[in-house]
Design a protein. Structure first.
Lengths: 114, 111
């Protein structure tokens, strides 16, 4: 099993550009989430999904879109990149709704917006 | 904000000593988790303690939970240099749909 795979690992964007961060998991997990990690601020939830076709906003959703057309994939789209979106982005997945399992995390995408 | 707060934010100890880090939330605690993050890597799930449990052990890890104080602590016994990492607590909210993380404790274990 590959677990949670994120691509790319590094990306530099110019202000105003758009891009999609990819996330795929092969564990048939229902729940997937995107977090951003900034120094001194821990991880903040951007968007999450409780199953294919269902997504919802987290704590910091502005400037990001998501979709969940399949169980495996949960891409994160930056619509018009801004320097404030410079961060490390993590995708994570878990199995059930019971809240008794932890997340499996991807290795992250380090994004710089100039 | 539902974000948790860890204390201390940084901790430096000698190899062999015990390391204790604490986590508190303003919201109610539901099945609290602890994660480790090595530098430049993703988070790794360490242990989950259910809201009806008070203490849980896993190897050299001991986690306690006080739901009335909305707080938890993680104890790492007989620390090793390989334990050097950041440690995060995480709490379920929104009917187990959302997981909110603390800001983390950076642990350095000196050989």
């Amino acid at each position: 099993n590959a677990g949670v795979t994120q691509t790319p690992k590094f990306q530099v964007l110019k202000t105003g550009q758009s891009m999609t961060l990819q996330c795929a998991q092969d564990m048939n997990h229902e729940y997937m989430s995107w977090y951003r990690q900034d120094p001194g601020m821990g991880l903040r939830l951007i968007h999450y999904s409780v199953g294919a076709g269902i997504t919802d906003q987290g704590e910091v959703p502005n400037g990001y879109n998501v979709s969940r057309s399949t169980t495996e994939d949960f891409p994160l789209r930056l619509l018009s990149a801004a320097p404030s979106q410079t961060s490390v982005y993590f995708c994570a997945s878990r199995d059930h709704a019971t809240g008794t399992e932890g997340y499996t995390f991807g290795s992250g995408t380090r994004l710089t917006v100039v | 904000s539902q974000q948790g707060e860890e204390d201390p934010q940084a901790l430096s100890i000698q190899e062999g000593e015990n390391a204790t880090m604490n986590c508190s939330y303003k919201t109610s605690i539901n099945n609290l988790q602890w994660y480790r993050q090595n530098s430049g890597r993703g988070l790794v799930h360490l242990i989950l303690i259910r809201s009806n449990e008070r203490e849980k052990h896993s190897g050299r890890l001991r986690v306690t939970l006080d739901t009335s104080k909305k707080s938890s602590s993680l104890l790492i016994t007989a620390s090793r240099a390989a334990d050097t990492a950041s440690y995060f607590c995480a709490n379920y909210s929104g009917g187990y749909q959302k997981v909110t993380f603390g800001i983390g404790t950076k642990l350095q274990v000196i050989p």
